[in-house]
Design a protein around this ligand. Sequence first.
Ligand code: UDX
Ligand code: ADP
Length: 495
Amino acid sequence: MTESHNGHSTLPKNPIKHICCIGAGYVGGPTCSVMALMCPDIKVTVVDQNLERINQWNSDKLPIYEPGLDEVVKKCRGRNLFFSTDMESAIHEAELIFISVNTPTKTSGNGKGRAADLKHVEGCARLIAKIAKDSKIVVEKSTVPVRAAESLMHVLKANNKPGVRYSILSNPEFLAEGTAIENLMKPDRVLIGGEETEEGKRAIESLCWVYEHWVEKDKILTTNTWSSELSKLAANAMLAQRISSINSLSAVCEATGADVSEVARAIGLDSRVGSKFLQASVGFGGSCFQKDLLNLVYISEKLNLPEVAQYWQKVIDMNEYQKSRFSQKIIECLFNTVNDKPIAVLGFAFKKNTGDTRETPAISVCKTLLDEGAKLNIYDPKVSGKVEKSQIIMDLTSPRITDFPDEVKSSIEIFTDPYAAVEKTHAIVVCTEWDEFTELDFNRIYQSMMKPAYIFDGRKILNHEELQNIGFHVITIGKRLNRIGLRTFGNVPQQ
Ligand code: UDX
Ligand code: ADP
């Protein structure tokens, strides 16, 4: 086979001229925006069935907050990047289609609460089959269970028209929210899985050609479809496992006098382990870790591998334990009752630099406190804006946590100013590691709070000694602090 002028053995000069991405969410939006920026010779159209979302993508206030995203969109929107609800035209003209729709955990039926719900992916396959008049490369971008490509192909083939052929690729996205643009511009690796047939290889080469516009060849990994699908689940499971491991050790630290930050540093300096993802916290959140772990547990059970399923289930259990340990400690330290007590919650997003609240540990902490009758003043730099307020209310009231959802609503107040949020509260609970929290004027805050004033630092970002000197009672994670007024999350309060 002769090499063509783009370096790939069987491809024409510009194998892909139009890309369609179905799903304008946290994955599809940023991924395709960067792709459009890096590939000016390709027209990229991101489509979604949600008109409001598409309107936001076409406005000055994008539907998601991600550092650097505004600039990228501004540079390409209207040039070679388009957001539209006209799925038909975009699918029709595209040679390559990304499926970037959500794959939430099933809420009913077989695998309820664990298996991934592929109804949106299936919906896309049916739509593509209906519209396509020529051959397409269909790429799974959404995180899917192993062998999902098989089901996708089944739906496409069963609805096929003469002369139309499909190649299915798996190309999972590894971006992390808050650093998405950086991750997309300089990925650690790009993973492309496909079939080993001639057609499959050509499809893989075409997608490689797209990424090679800006990613070095040696960072583009090609595998078989199933390895690619499993690698995405496995990568998230292993990252989550590191966090659960260090969080489990944080409990041991509190019981023994060791300091989890020192332990993490000592472990992380071993080059075989590495230093990243060893930050003990109130627990991990986000739309991926728990969902993918649950999915892995479910798949393992289905494959009759109960020991494997139990192993990964423990990673989730440890995360639940950590969130509940932290919440219970707040109640315990506040003299075993938070009934009618105003408490300030600083940070609601599942991590800093994002407005995303999916599976945020703040939900679990707030729900526990609300169940105990607390009044919550919530402030988050990106989630407590006018538009996003309703998100917090929805997160905390559905599914219903008490018989009186209205009562719950009246117990929550959302603030756009941190100083107003902490006024007259008994305690501050830090749930997200936003940088701006470290720069707050804690002398001023202390003056405005009820006494004794408590700070529960669920992210270990504050200067505990300084806070203690001001007069705060400080409770943190994975560290027993001996000085008076400074307590750990594992200590019983001294009254
Ligand atoms: C994750 C993966 O990192 C990414 O590769 C994948 O594509 C999607 O899922 P994301 O959920 O956006 O990304 O954020 P991540 O940075 O992984 O953080 C997840 C959660 O773990 C956050 O709640 C974060 O605060 C928490 N975390 C992270 C810790 O508690 N400790 C750590 O050391 C690291
Ligand atoms: P993710 O984090 O995986 O990107 P999001 O929920 O942020 O998930 O985004 C998924 C997007 O996919 C949503 O905007 C949703 O409206 C869209 N979507 C889901 N199903 C379909 C479908 N069948 N056709 C078009 N868009 C869809």
